[in-house]
Design a protein around this ligand. Sequence first.
Ligand SMILES: [Fe+2]
Ligand SMILES: [Fe+2]
Length: 132
Amino acid sequence: MSLLQWKPEYSVGIESMDDEHREMIELINLVYQELGDSPDNDQIDSFLGDIFSSISMHFALEERIMRNTNYYEYPAHKADHEKLLDEIRDLMDSFADDPETGARVLQENLSDWFSEHFSSFDARLHRKIGQH
Ligand SMILES: [Fe+2]
Ligand SMILES: [Fe+2]
């Protein structure tokens, strides 16, 4: 079963952003599935690394757009990005210590974070960009 499911309300109205959000959801689901059936720790480690780099790139792009447009919500939006990157780092640490704890942390935190961030910060940002 997938941990996260793409929902129409996550759409921010910009195809390339929606694609990147979908890709992040897919990567997270891959890790989650791998944790479910006889986990291969090296594989999970490399998935988590992929997630971290694809999310960092996506955030950097959004932050560049926000800086270039003097976007009003830049500090709070960036702070939420940093919170998620910290969570992923913690997840990688707890996974290294104990894969079972890692699986629980993944399940408990990331899913909420994504649905909240997409439907609040990202939705507001992309609505604003769409007006330019
Ligand atoms: Fe964002
Ligand atoms: Fe985003």
